[in-house]
Write a protein that binds this ligand. Structure first.
Ligand code: COD
Length: 163
């Protein structure tokens, strides 16, 4: 069985992430989308909240599992017996960052973990979780960035109730 892990912060998951998830699920038999539990960052949503949101957002895709991890990605991948990590590329800036992480993970894992990149679909190229949070914090429109149920949860974090 061909399996992959899509690791990320997903704070919150956007249409850009969901597009990568759907396309990757068509390539692999099983895809685990895994939320990093990073104690160094203060996220908008807790790991438990992000896992629940991802479960709801991907409930119609049969070969998806949602999980979380802490520590090094290579250790998590080894524990799961998975040899491919999936990442999305939007622009050159993503490429520089992602290339370094991919090469580090390949070296650190003794060649056991490869990274596969999917380029963003053009309509989602501008999307990022950070911009979703910034726009929502000023009660701006994020309907083009995230599914409706996620938008409501994001606004609520900033004290805005939207119908
Ligand atoms: N279109 C396409 N792809 C997108 C879009 C979009 N609109 N938006 C984001 N993406 C991609 C990102 O480029 C990324 O590949 C992925 O989706 C997830 O994005 P984020 O921002 O949610 O997640 P990150 O980048 O914060 O995740 C970082 C990791 C958690 C993967 C990383 O920090 C990690 O593995 N940490 C564990 C420690 C470790 O092992 N470090 C490696 C050694 S240096």
């Amino acid at each position: 069985m061909k399996s992959a892990i899509y690791p990320g912060s997903f704070d919150p998951v956007t249409f850009g992430h969901l597009d990568v998830i759907k396309r990757t699920a068509n390539i692999f038999d099983e895809l685990t989308v895994s939320v990093l539990d990073n104690h160094l960052k203060t996220p908008l949503f807790s790991v438990e909240e992000r896992v629940k949101i991802l479960q709801e957002a991907t409930k119609d895709i049969p070969n998806i599992k949602i999980d979380s991890f802490s520590g090094l990605l290579i250790d998590y991948a080894k524990k799961k017996g998975v040899h491919v990590a999936v990442r999305g590329l939007r622009a050159i800036t993503d490429f520089e960052y992602e290339l370094q992480i991919a090469q580090t993970n390949h070296k650190l894992s003794g060649g056991q973990l490869d990274t596969m990149f999917l380029t963003t679909s053009l309509e989602y190229a501008y999307l990022s979780s950070s911009s979703v949070k910034e726009i929502a914090s000023f009660n701006g429109d994020i309907s083009m960035c995230v599914p409706e149920f996620i938008a409501k949860l994001v606004y609520a974090k900033y004290g805005f109730i939207r119908e």
